[in-house]
Design a protein around this ligand. Sequence first.
Ligand SMILES: *Cc1c(COP(=O)(O)O)cnc(C)c1O
Length: 370
Amino acid sequence: MIPVTKAYLPEKEKYQSYVSDIFDRAWLTNNGCLLQELEQRLTQHLGVRNLILVANGSLALQLAYKALGLTGEIITTPFSFAATTSTLVWEGLTPVFADIDPHTFNLDPANIAAQITSNTTAIVPVHVFGNPCAVEAIQKVADQHQLKVIYDAAHAFDTQYKGQSVLNYGDISTLSFHATKLFHTIEGGAVITNDDQLAAKIRLLINFGISGPSKIESLGTNAKMSEFQAAMGLCVLDEIDNIKQQRAKVWHKYVEDLTKVVSFQQWSQHSDNNYAYAPVLFESEQQLLEAEAYLKQNNILPRRYFHPSLDTLTYLKAKQICKHSRDIASRILCLPIYPTLNEREQNIILNVLKGLYQGNSDQMLSFSVC
Ligand SMILES: *Cc1c(COP(=O)(O)O)cnc(C)c1O
């Protein structure tokens, strides 16, 4: 079976040696030395000012909203993973969707401006599949209306924009380090900000608001990352360049072989792909469903990221229709991409898709993965 992604696992002995050290110290969580080491290394690796490791990417978003004191309506994108919207609702905020640009799949700044009301306090864009948003245009809209900007940068690990980390834009950026992400800590995430005071506030929030022995300074929650997760992060970070190189190879082969079959996301001119995902766009949903079915018959499991468009969520009170997001969501498929996907396996995927396009669907069924 070929899944859409496989979590990268380091050498078992290397991870075990970290675990053995954790046992010796008997310090399992609460700002342990592995967590501190990972925070330092990630801060440097990404080129950011403040990075706070947390338990997962969803909590990273919730902490960002809380730390900035957001209220009322938040303008966000319907073309994302469920968490971008669910975290807003969970924090008592009202998501208001602006439509995406049908080529970049990111929020269209002109559509953001059109959704602003007197109740709007912030914009939560997503760098979808790691593709940087129109960050300058978004900041301009935010400045004109005194809105905060929180980037859900869950896909944008190692994404550079005009020569620096895209995480440096906006008031806060958040990362997810879930096992399926480009860089992972099994479960985990981070909050990134240039504002030192905001960073100090978030450090309080992640540990129940406790600032010292017998001192509870503010409301807080538990969003701490453990030493076992930090150990995984240290192992994966050692290999991140290799991981990206291997993913790049897979990605370029998809682009070379499939240009006539599908279309691709339009990437920012000021940035390079980080190869976190391999999304391809079909001409129609019908064509996508056919391709998905044939891939499944050949034991290949792509995923419909992101489908459904979040403006169709039934738990939301306000009903909105974002035309471009619904259209893209209906036609997009993420193909398998991970470091251990070998050439033979990728050729099967490519042959199935090319065969479908040429109408040789019977022949395709003879390809086999195992
Ligand atoms: C993965 C993801 C999240 C949530 O991160 P978790 O670590 O799984 O909580 C949020 N937003 C986007 C866009 C994601 O892809």
